[in-house]
Design a protein around this ligand. Sequence first.
Ligand code: PMP
Length: 292
Amino acid sequence: VPIAVDQPLIWFDGNFIAGNTPEAPLTTHAMHYGTAVFEGIRSYATADGGAAVFRLPEHMERMRKGAQMFGIDFDVDRASEATLATLRANGHRDAYIRPLTWMGTGSIGLDVDPLTQHLMIATLAKVVHLGGARTRLTVSPWKRNPATSLPALKLSGAYVNSILAKREAKQRGFDEALFTDDKGYVVECTGANVFMVKNGAITSVDHRDALPGITRDTMIELSGAQSREVTLHELLDADEVFVCGTAAEATAIAVLDRREFGDNPVTRELAALYARVVRGEESRYTSWLTPV
Ligand code: PMP
């Protein structure tokens, strides 16, 4: 194991390497075509002085489904063990975990069968958050990749769609973009799922083009939210809107284009419950935690 100076160690194909080691050749297929699959997972410090990964099996299962799209033989148990080993090697407790599996070298054509396959796990002590409590959202002029063209999985190349929308939203002074479809239904944000609260009732936006978020599933379980298709019109008419994801957790929306939202007590309460759940402070939900 090399000594980590200021760079955390990265697990790469079975070994730990220093985080700043250049490893991928310039002919790496994934760099040319986006033929890679990633996950965004979090671990949290727990009250007993340890740490736990939140819903690790669900994240790894989603990654396996994505990997299968490229014919990557993804071993869930190996990747899960490597994740825990990387957290331990770096001494990380509150961390963002980034596994990536990708198509390497062997051909520069579009047939991926001859290519080498790789897996890395990075853990980062700093989480990239959304804008925080005052997130300003705007409807994107870009449409989401339809699931009939790209499955709603974390395929790296598909995220160009999110990046275009995010960039366009920021250029107009907003923090985040909201995808809607041609019929006026809400899809999701660039890296988070959408919920609304109206007269105390919580609704989770359901859309076939949206990533089936693990935080979304968690919030539905915690709040008893109803999952259904929601129009942009309904979202603008809601009392509260929040978005959720592994990185975003539950982030209240302050502004959706010209609509300003006031206080968000329901979101605040659910966000607080989520914070206790991920840290193992709610005994009903400790089965979602994998101890590091
Ligand atoms: N939608 C998109 C497009 C995302 O990238 C993410 C982040 N993975 C989410 C939703 C939220 O998913 P999760 O709760 O599983 O992190």
